[in-house]
Ligand binder design. Structure first.
Ligand code: CA
Length: 197
């Protein structure tokens, strides 16, 4: 048997077997920073960042958050543009590192999402607010972001006054096994055709 065909067949079998295991998710959309400005949020002040996925299975997001004092828990939502909430999670205050120095030290907080399906090339929103009103500046959350951001697949909630600002975020998606199987079959057929020709 031709070595190329044999190796393609082995690759095909490996890919088929891989379809039965779970894949590590990879970053789809992001404004990774570094943060150079942030906006505070509280119970009645919600901030949002728009993103437009290129992959369908969203399974994690990360947000760049600064916490001063004890501002309550963070409420994170993934929403459709029309407002429908696809997913909502409360992140407990104690799971968000505190900036004791009040110098806007920020951290990436990670929110695992039980896989939800998104439509590619359709914009969605990540919305953030908190469970408590921020009565003093010493007890407040800030979502870090970037001025003159080059992320072009979405705008932020402060777009009207801060054009080209985007909040720092990362969306993670799981590659779909079907895509890999199709790729595997395609490679096999291509190599076979090459041999026949
Ligand atoms: Ca943008």
């Amino acid at each position: 048997m031709n070595a190329k065909i044999l190796s393609a067949m082995i690759g095909y079998i490996v890919i088929l077997n891989c379809a039965n295991i779970s894949y590590a998710s990879i970053i789809d959309q992001q404004q990774p920073g570094p943060r150079n400005y942030g906006f505070w949020f509280e119970k009645d002040i919600t901030r949002w960042q728009e993103f437009t996925p290129t992959m369908t299975v969203l399974d994690k997001i990360e947000l760049n958050i600064t916490r001063w004092g004890d501002p309550g828990n963070v409420i994170v939502e993934i929403c459709e543009q029309q407002g429908n909430i696809l997913y909502s999670q409360i992140v407990q205050e104690e799971n968000i590192p505190k900036d004791d120095t009040y110098d806007y030290t920020s951290n990436w907080i990670s929110i695992d999402i039980p896989e939800i399906s998104l439509n590619i090339n359709i914009p969605y929103l990540i919305k953030v607010n908190s469970s408590e009103a921020s009565s003093t500046v010493e007890n407040r959350y800030f979502w870090g972001g970037v001025t003159n951001s080059e992320y072009t697949r979405g705008i932020s909630s402060v777009e009207n006054s801060w054009q080209d600002y985007d909040f720092c975020f990362k969306t993670y998606a799981t590659p779909e096994p079907a895509t890999l199987i199709t790729f595997g079959l395609g490679s096999f057929v291509c190599l076979r055709k090459r041999k026949i020709n």
